[in-house]
Design a protein around this ligand. Sequence first.
Ligand SMILES: *Cc1c(COP(=O)(O)O)cnc(C)c1O
Length: 381
Amino acid sequence: MDWHLECSDCGVTESAQGLKSVCPACGRPWLVRYPDRKHDLGERDANPVGMWQYRGFLPLLPGEEPVTLGEGGTPLLEAGRLSELTGLAGLLVKDESSNPTGSFKSRGMSAAVTRAVAAGAKSFVLPTAGNAGVAASAYGARAGVAVRVYAPATTPATILSQIRSFGGDLVLLDGHIGDCGREARAFAVSEGAFDLSTLREPYRIEGKKTLALEIAQQLGWTMPDAIVYPTGGGTGLIGMWKGFRELREAGWVNGKLPRMYSVQSDGCAPIVRAFNEGAPRAVTWQEPVTIASGLRVPAALGDALILEAVRDSGGAAIAVSDDSLARTAAEATRISGVDFSPEGGAALAGAVQLRQAGQLGPDERVVVCNTGAGWLYRIPG
Ligand SMILES: *Cc1c(COP(=O)(O)O)cnc(C)c1O
């Protein structure tokens, strides 16, 4: 393998051989490093669509086939009528709803399942706020590996139905994703299942970082001024920040990296609180409540990495109310034709707030991520 793992906190390095969870020295997430990659510009043409066209930046061996369902390659849409709603003339929507499992979780799972299966994983387990469970079940099905999913009983019914449809062995619990995480880890220990939890394995970040590579390519190998991203566990934000930096190191883009803005619901905003307090780490949010289930993450293992990306980029972390994110998602869906999830609505509501506060300029190129499809949250009828 021409990559290795580096601890995001204590900096120790380790070979990437075998199944990997977190740094054994300090328990923090691994980051994948590729010191020997040449990053030849031509290498992206191997496959014209989808995230694996960037295989020069991804954890894949020469000639190796990933476990894929065609994830990535999503549109970066001009905002049209959403520009008026937000006051941002240069608004762009990275629409992740067209991914195979209806959310950007498919990017991370494609990478994680590819590496875990290659390293010999025979079954998977994960806790989920919803969409990660759908993606894990689908990619598990693709690889022919069983997936146990622990989800809060409050998860939207359509998402639960999708998990079951893809053959996920679904267990519902009273509580939040943190409670589900404890059950998942116990199951991993007792049954020998590989734990696909956010940042408890090294490769979901690598899949998510392809968002940054695509955005830069869609902008003609330039960078936007700002990214507005709805944050739960934070892999998307951490991954994009890693992706933009790797692109610049490789010489594919130049200049200033985008400001990264993290948006949470005010019913579960541990990152926002830590950002406002100037703290390097976040404290667990008691009694997390939000209808944007992907944002209902009271404690993120990658809290330090999220805060670092937000601060180092000159961005910010802000909270919006559930009422505002739901109204914004509904309004945006109605006037744009893009199917906004509550989380996408949070990002858009956050962009409005940032514009009003003067943190986003009226003509800046701002990318709002619609991380998943709204239909997953709706009950038909
Ligand atoms: C998981 C999820 C999020 C949060 O993503 P993180 O990378 O965990 O911060 C946001 N939106 C949707 C639709 C999700 O499924």
